[in-house]
Design a protein around this ligand. Structure first.
Ligand SMILES: [Zn+2]
Length: 254
């Protein structure tokens, strides 16, 4: 397949990831928080929309659905009936047509309880759960759920490209630097991302390999990270989940 995956920027810092078959001119999108920029892009590039994947129910990921469906009446894949037209759950495979890749569904509660990820051997669309160098806030789930959800994604192939729903990377790396001041890969990545953002380029996609090296929320088992969090909270943290929970609280106020 001749595929291109590109971001359509919407709202303040959301990306609507768009998977395009450049020969067939058909595409799928993930999490349209707005209709207009998406419809404009499709018109400009003479593309046909064939399906919509939804990671979770938040408005900045779903508000565009109704407007887009007026132009392209396509299936909308989601966990909840109130949002999608096709309900999906962990273990399902989303197949839109022969011209677009198929995706496995993972349930990754934490940020919300209905949160899904879609992945194949090349790509992971993870909404607001895994961010480049960070993770989503705990709005509906608890720290343990979020921790397990991140572990699930971290277990996929290291080369998997990570397509997050927001451009938060630079701020996340500044936090990562606070957690691991001596992590050279964090320092290097922060420099790179700063340059990309100055040029107006997205910092995404990331890769699972890069996340494992620089994302503090995937590094809660490391001695240095545990020590840093213990120093901060002034008590022993015996489990990785406790380290994760304290790190998430720290980031909330960062
Ligand atoms: Zn969200």
């Amino acid at each position: 397949m001749d595929l291109l995956i590109l971001p359509i920027a919407t709202l303040k810092d959301n990306y609507v990831w768009t998977v395009v078959n450049t020969k067939k001119k058909c595409a799928l999108i993930v999490d349209p928080g707005e209709a207009e920029p998406v419809l404009q892009y499709f018109k400009q590039h003479d593309l046909t929309l064939c399906g919509i994947l939804i990671t979770h129910h938040h408005w900045d990921h779903t508000n565009g659905i109704a407007g887009i469906k007026k132009v392209f009446d396509v299936p909308v894949f989601a966990k909840q009936k109130s949002i999608g037209t096709v309900m999906v759950k962990e273990g399902d495979v989303v197949m839109i047509n022969e011209f677009l890749p198929s995706y496995h569904v993972l349930e990754i509660p934490g940020h919300t309880l209905d949160h899904l990820a879609y992945y194949n051997e090349d790509s992971l669309f993870c909404g607001d759960t895994l961010f480049a160098a960070g993770c989503g806030r705990l709005f509906e789930g608890n720290a343990e759920q979020m921790y397990q959800s991140l572990q699930k994604m971290a277990a996929l192939s290291q080369d998997t490209k990570v397509y997050c729903a927001h451009e938060y990377t630079q701020n996340n790396l500044k936090f990562a630097e606070q957690v691991e001041p001596a992590n050279q890969e964090v320092i290097e990545r922060l420099k790179q991302v700063k340059l990309q953002r100055e040029r107006g380029l997205p910092s995404l996609p990331s890769s699972l390999g890069a996340e494992k090296a620089t994302n503090p929320f995937l590094r809660c088992e490391l001695e240095g990270v545990i020590a840093r969090l213990e120093e901060r909270v002034g008590r022993r943290l015996n489990k990785a989940i406790d380290v994760f929970a304290e790190m998430r609280k720290w980031k909330d106020g960062f």
